[in-house]
Design a protein around this ligand. Structure first.
Ligand code: B12
Length: 226
C-alpha cells in the first residue's frame, strides 16, 4: 500500500510523462503513458487536462513564437488525439455509462475547420460529468448541425471553431436554426481559442466556454435553467 505522498509523486510523474510524450511527438509513448495513468488510478479527465491539454498549449505557444512549425502541430496533435481516443475517452465512456444522463449534447467543429483536439477534450469532459454526448467530429457542415438538432432534440448544441475565418460559421449555424424554426428548441454553446464572450453575445449564443471545465459548468447551468 502506497502512502499519500508517494502516490501523489507517482501521479505527477505519470502526468508529466504523458505531457512529455506529446511534447516529444511520440504517439505510442503517449498511449502507453495514458494506459499507465488509468492503471495507477488517475482520473482520465485529469490526465486529459493536465497531460495532453497542457502539452498542446505549450506546443501552440511555441508555434506562435516561431519556434515550432505546422508539422510539429500535426505531430503533437496526433500524439494527443491517440492518447485521448484510444485510452482516455473510452475509459470516460465506460464510467459515464453507469451515471444517469444529465442531458443530451450535440457537439462538433464547424465546417472548414479541422481542429478537433479541444472539442474532443470538451466532449470527453462532458461525458465524464454525466452528459450524453453526440460528437459529430470536425469540419461539420451547417446543415448537419441543423439536422442533428431536428432529429436528436439535444438540450445543447456545442460549436467549436479555432480559426478567425471559421468563427463566423458559428453565427451561420444559429441563423440556420432560426430559419428552420429550431432556435428556441436548443441552447447553443460556443467555444474555441479565438471565441470570446463578446462574440458569443453578438451572434446570439446562449453560452461561451473558455475551457473544458467551464464548458461543463455552463452546460450544467443551461440544462438546469431549461
Ligand atoms: C494543433 C493545432 C493544429 C493541428 C490540429 C490537429 C487536430 N487534430 O486538431 C493542425 C496541424 C491540423 C492545424 C492546422 C491548422 N492550423 Co492550427 N493550431 C493548432 C494549435 C497549436 C493548438 C490547437 C489545440 O489543439 N489546442 C489545445 C486545445 C486543448 O485547446 P483549444 O482547441 O483552444 O480548446 C479548448 C478551448 O478553446 C475550449 N473549446 C474548444 N472547443 C470548444 C467548444 C465548445 C462548445 C466550448 C464550450 C469550448 C471549447 O475548450 C478546449 C479545452 O480546454 C493552435 C494554437 C493555439 N494556441 O490554439 C493552432 C492554431 C489554432 N492554428 C492556426 C492555423 C493558422 C492553422 C492552419 C490554417 C495552418 C496552415 N497554414 O495550414 C491550419 C488550418 C487547417 C483547417 N482548415 O482547420 C492558428 C489560427 C489563427 C487564427 N486565429 O485564425 C493557431 C491559433 C496558431 C497560430 N497562432 O497561428 N493546427
Amino acid at each position: 500500500m502506497k502512502d499519500t505522498e508517494t502516490r501523489c509523486r507517482d501521479e505527477q510523474e505519470i502526468l508529466e510523462g504523458l505531457k512529455q510524450a506529446v511534447l516529444n511527438f511520440e504517439p505510442d509513448e503517449a498511449v502507453e503513458m495514458a494506459k499507465k495513468a488509468i492503471d495507477d488510478g488517475i482520473d482520465p479527465s485529469e490526465a486529459i487536462e493536465k497531460g495532453v491539454g497542457r502539452a498542446l498549449s505549450i506546443v501552440g505557444k511555441k508555434y506562435e513564437e516561431g519556434e515550432l512549425f505546422i508539422i510539429h502541430l500535426a505531430a503533437a496533435g496526433e500524439a494527443g488525439s491517440r492518447a485521448i481516443n484510444e485510452v482516455l475517452k473510452p475509459e470516460i465512456e465506460k464510467r459515464g455509462d453507469k451515471a444517469p444522463s444529465r442531458g443530451k449534447i450535440v457537439i462538433g467543429t464547424v465546417s472548414g475547420d479541422i481542429h478537433e483536439i479541444g472539442k474532443t477534450i470538451v466532449s470527453a469532459m462532458l461525458l465524464a460529468n454525466g452528459f450524453e454526448v453526440i460528437d459529430l467530429g470536425k469540419d461539420v457542415p451547417v446543415d448537419t448541425f441543423v439536422d442533428k438538432v431536428r432529429h436528436e432534440s439535444p438540450h445543447i448544441l456545442g460549436l467549436s471553431a479555432l480559426l478567425s475565418t471559421t468563427i463566423p460559421i458559428q453565427r451561420d449555424v444559429i441563423e440556420a436554426l432560426k430559419k428552420e424554426g429550431l432556435r428556441d428548441k436548443v441552447k447553443v454553446m460556443v467555444g474555441g481559442a479565438p471565441v470570446t464572450d463578446e462574440w458569443a453575445k453578438e451572434i446570439g449564443a446562449d453560452a461561451y466556454g473558455t475551457d473544458a471545465i467551464d464548458a461543463v459548468n455552463k452546460a450544467k447551468s443551461l440544462v438546469e435553467a431549461s
